[in-house]
Ligand binder design. Structure first.
Ligand SMILES: *Cc1c(COP(=O)(O)O)cnc(C)c1O
Length: 385
């Protein structure tokens, strides 16, 4: 087996697909120290700049002092601390849902929730560009797994019309992690009504950023229905770690009993939940941060002059610049790195073959000067490469 593992690694390297980790020696922020060098970074999903916020650092230190550093047991044994419970109630209220359940990561939430909500005899309908963990949740659930072309409402309707499954669940990213566009959730909800289906949305990149006070994609699109189950991560705009699923109380009560990644897993430390409670308050009060972020996004889109590579039509913090070829995307990323700017080159299988891209992630922590520096470096690269 070891020889074939080595062969697979060698093949990845030859194809320009070998991924390498940088060693970070600073907090996550817009200016970081990676591999011992200072960089301006457009890599993180810390969209509001909360990952190194003094209020949250103080909240974590205080909570560690009074609740310790570990949860010790599954939530169903003795691991469900008051800090977890307070955060679940706060999150449910914030996203305007009856109830919420914490998971230790977004990956765990999607696998656990999809695995519990549907099974053999049921069907999932998934966008082809969904995040990997929605696919894994789908496979793990043993429900029939149907994929439809990106944002294609007609293709989805045809699949729903033909389905004889007992329960039907549409599962999609609300904001696509590598494209930055928003799914047509209102149209999907109308299909749910028409075909007695349910809608599971992954709001990893909308929570904290979109909607009134950062409530997320559902609020942004003014959608509310007992047919909706939402999940969001707490390691992106919320700046900490973890995730939650929110929906009708019966859904959450059922997940507490049956979502295996909840039942058989130790919750994240209570101190993280206390930190997240402070983070949700900052998100709620963060209209200035979101206004600044939106102005950076508009400035970037309006001022980048680049003919060779195409910005995708995204209005969110995720601004993908499509290069196409894997090695060229890598060369562009390396060129920017030489200029002191980090932007990840995203290649297959994370994105479809032939659409390798720079995934430029904008944050409220960036200044207008940071954006100008990025624009000028990309324009130089267009001439230099
Ligand atoms: C990051 C991400 C996840 C995974 O969340 P983690 O908390 O990082 O495990 C799930 N879905 C989407 C769309 C994501 O971008």
């Amino acid at each position: 087996m070891l020889a074939s593992l080595q062969l697979a690694l060698d093949k990845r390297k030859a194809e320009g697909l070998l991924r390498q980790r940088r060693l970070l020696d600073s907090p996550q922020a817009e200016h970081i120290v990676a591999n011992n060098k200072p960089y301006l970074s457009f890599c993180s999903n810390d969209y509001l700049g909360l990952a190194n916020h003094p209020t949250l650092i103080a909240a974590m230190q205080k909570a560690a002092g009074d609740s310790g550093v570990g949860s010790g047991a599954s939530g169903l044994v003795t691991g469900h601390h008051r800090y977890h419970d307070d955060l679940e109630k706060q999150l449910a209220k914030f996203v305007n849902m009856p109830a919420a359940l914490l998971f230790s990561a977004g990956y765990m939430a999607n696998i656990g929730a999809l695995g519990a909500l549907v099974g053999r005899g049921d069907a999932i309908f998934a966008d082809k560009l969904n995040h990997a963990c929605l696919n894994d949740g789908g496979y793990y659930s043993l429900a029939e797994f149907n994929r439809f072309a990106h944002n294609d409402v007609v293709a989805l309707e045809n699949l729903l019309k033909a389905s004889t499954a007992r329960h039907k669940l549409i599962a999609v990213d609300a904001v696509f992690s590598m494209d930055g566009d928003i799914a047509p959730l209102a149209e999907y909800l109308a299909l749910c009504e028409k075909y007695d289906a349910y809608l599971y949305i992954d709001d990893a990149h909308g929570f904290g950023v979109l909607g009134e006070h950062g409530q997320g994609s559902l609020n942004h699109l003014k959608l509310k229905s007992p047919r909706i189950i939402m999940m969001a991560t707490l390691g992106k705009a919320a700046g900490v770690a973890g995730s939650f699923v929110a929906g009708e109380s019966v859904v959450i009560d059922y997940l507490i009993q049956t979502a295996k990644s909840y039942v058989y897993s130790t919750p994240a430390p209570p101190a993280l939940s206390a930190t997240l409670s402070a983070s949700v308050s900052l998100i709620e009060q963060g209209d200035d941060l979101r206004t600044h972020l939106r102005s950076l996004i508009s400035y970037f889109k309006e001022n980048l002059q680049c003919k060779r590579w195409q910005l995708m039509p995204s209005e969110t913090s995720v601004q993908p610049l499509v290069v196409g070829d894997n090695l060229e995307a890598l060369a562009l990323s390396e060129y920017l790195q030489g200029q002191g700017i980090l932007v990840p080159a995203i290649r297959p299988p994370t994105v479809p073959v032939g659409t390798a891209r720079l995934r430029i992630s904008l944050s409220a922590a960036h200044s207008l000067d940071d954006i100008k520096q990025l624009i000028s470096a990309i324009q130089q690269a267009e001439q230099a490469l």
